[in-house]
Design a protein around this ligand. Structure first.
Ligand code: 5GP
Length: 186
């Protein structure tokens, strides 16, 4: 049976890097491409990293019931398209969603069987260092993301699985173990 894996946690915690490591280890895992209203960062491609939509396009897709979940995050909107998820599940593939906490809560309601993993940073200072270090956001965006991150960190206890991303290889080992155990049980 195909399974849905939700990887959540604050922005800058390294969800994307961990998911890349996870998919190298378990290549059958497919990543659902989200929609967002934020502008592409240098090097990001429409349809690959995100489906980049205008605010009006995003609203239209909400009205059409096209999202499994959607949320506002640091001034932009993000959502999981039902079509992205369903196409992969129909093909029998286990699917990974990389989403923030509000979206993870919606998935918990809509798909109680989805496996949810919360990625936490070793400290708030480490998160700030990473957000600054990746150089993709300006100072205002970083402060907005850190403010949201504080609330997100407090939500960690809601999640059945928690992985601390201190050392990447150890965090990837822990995440791989969770996913393999769930796939074996499915
Ligand atoms: P970024 O702008 O850094 O790509 O993403 C900002 C936050 O939005 C990250 O925490 C990311 O995981 C989250 N995000 C990305 N796609 C989705 C989505 O489809 N739904 C929700 N709820 N959050 C998402």
């Amino acid at each position: 049976m195909a399974r849905v894996f939700v990887i959540t946690g604050p922005s800058g915690v390294g969800k994307g890097t961990l998911i890349r490591a996870l998919r190298e280890r378990i290549p059958e895992l497919e990543l659902s491409v989200s929609a967002t209203t934020r502008a592409p960062r240098p090097g990001e491609t429409d349809g690959v990293d995100y489906h980049f939509l205008s605010g009006a396009q995003f609203d239209a897709r909400i009205a059409a019931g096209d999202f499994v979940e959607h949320a506002s995050y640091a001034g932009h909107r993000y959502g999981t398209l039902r079509s992205e998820l369903q196409r992969r599940l129909d093909a029998g593939a286990p699917v990974v969603l990389e989403i923030e906490v509000q979206g993870a809560r919606q998935i918990r309601e809509a798909m109680p069987d989805a496996v949810q993993v919360f990625i936490e940073p070793p400290s708030e200072a480490a998160l700030r260092t990473r957000l600054i270090g990746r150089g993709t956001d300006g100072p205002e965006q970083i402060e907005a993301r850190l403010q949201t991150a504080r609330a997100e960190l407090a939500a960690g206890h809601e999640f059945a699985h928690r992985v601390c991303n201190d050392r990447l290889d150890e965090a990837a080992d822990a995440l791989e173990a969770i996913v393999r155990a769930e796939l074996a049980a499915a």
